[in-house]
Design a protein around this ligand. Structure first.
Ligand code: NAD
Length: 356
């Protein structure tokens, strides 16, 4: 039996995860695959129940599973907790670290039916297909933090740290992805200012000798942000530091029409974790407004990457395409002339196509 840990988390998590599980079940049924879903607590929901946003029991469940499906964590209710108990710092960062998930793959693909939904001109985004690899267990989010009182206020420190092996492994994975895709890799850094970025670049340049079939380029992160909205199709695979990747992928999400469309896979350890790139969207939680497609597409990535169930993954992606072709849209991707549906109905429509 294929064992999946299910962590809906907070906000819209409880609404977007169930349709993804249904899609996995339905896609698997056709090929005789069976899945054992075990639910666990994470984030604010876990804090409310157990006093900690990442209970030991949840970690154990994840480690005993093949893969984890996560909704999202966080929300205003938990914003004023001590930092180490906040859902993002106390649960998201440690779960990535504990599971050794050093690479976050974020495919930015524009469904042809949504090319008009982007805030950018259709010709700039139609056919867009890039892969952003965000380093996930190092960099600015994981370095030492400090806040100490001084005359006139505080001295506050976040530290950006990388070791050679940390850069090497994520860059290697990115070169290999580029080999399987368009053969181009762009390394995004800030080597004109940051020491870590200069070393990042050295490591990537050294590795390039092993991947002579990949065309390597470098770009500063500020220019990269500009290039992503100026001409996003110039990129194939991109690899970058943790926080740079966080920011650039939210920007890239908008190219696809909505953050509600972007899936992700966090890999590197024995157990991979699949989640949409968006957060818990407290502003629309509980209103049947959330777009479940990013989570459904994350589940398709799980079938492909963890289980090698290529056909079942492709079936889910095809079902999503069909639903969009039929003109159904959640509010975030709604356009004139289309049919607006809620979270549940969107999930049901995907299921109908999977059932054939
Ligand atoms: P967010 O991604 O939750 O929301 C940003 C905007 O996008 C909101 O207007 C929201 O309504 C919209 N949106 C997001 N997902 C959507 C979906 N599936 N369908 C339709 N619209 C969607 O980011 P935020 O508002 O900055 O953060 C809210 C909370 O989520 C915070 O507590 C934050 O720390 C947390 N967060 C968690 C994760 C995670 O769990 N991986 C990631 C980012 C933010």
């Amino acid at each position: 039996m294929n064992k999946i840990a299910v962590l809906p988390g907070d906000g819209i998590g409880a609404e977007i995860v169930p349709p993804a599980l249904e899609a996995v079940k339905e896609a698997g049924r056709k090929y005789g695959y069976r899945f054992d879903f075990k639910h666990g607590l994470i984030g604010g929901a876990a804090y409310d129940e157990t006093g900690h946003p990442l209970p030991e029991e949840t970690l154990k469940l994840c480690k005993e599973s093949d893969a984890v499906i996560l909704g999202a964590v966080g929300g205003p209710k938990w914003e004023n907790l001590p930092v180490h108990l906040r859902p993002e710092v106390g649960a998201l960062l440690p779960i990535r670290k504990h599971l050794g998930l050093f690479a976050n793959l974020r495919p930015v693909q524009v469904f042809p039916q949504l090319a008009d939904a982007s805030t950018l001109k259709t010709e700039l985004v139609s056919g867009l297909d890039i892969m952003i690899v965000r380093e996930l267990t190092g960099g600015l989010y994981f370095g030492d933090k400090k806040k100490e009182p001084i005359d006139g206020g505080y001295r506050v420190v976040d530290t950006l740290v990388y070791t050679t092996p940390e850069i090497d492994r994520v860059a290697r994975l990115s070169f290999e992805l580029a080999q399987k895709r368009g053969g181009r890799l762009t390394s995004v850094d800030k080597a004109n200012v940051l020491e870590t970025s200069r070393h990042w670049r050295e490591v990537v340049v050294n590795l390039a000798q092993e991947y002579s079939d990949v065309e390597l380029s470098h770009i500063y992160v500020d220019n990269c942000a500009m290039q992503l909205v100026r001409d996003p199709k110039q990129f194939d695979v991109m690899v970058t530091e943790n926080m740079f990747g966080d920011i650039l992928t939210d920007l890239a999400a908008q190219l696809t029409g909505s953050i509600g469309m972007l899936p992700s896979a966090s890999i590197g350890g024995d157990v991979a974790l699949y989640e949409p790139i968006h957060g818990s969207a407290p502003d629309i939680a509980g209103k049947d407004l959330a777009n479940p497609l990013a989570t459904i597409l994350s589940a398709a990535m799980m079938l492909r990457i963890t289980y090698n169930m290529e056909q079942a993954a492709a079936d889910i992606e095809k079902a999503v395409t069909k639903v969009l072709e039929d003109g159904y849209r959640t509010g975030d991707i709604m356009q004139p002339g289309m049919k607006q549906v809620g979270t549940k109905e969107m999930g049901e429509l995907v299921l109908q196509h999977l059932r054939g």
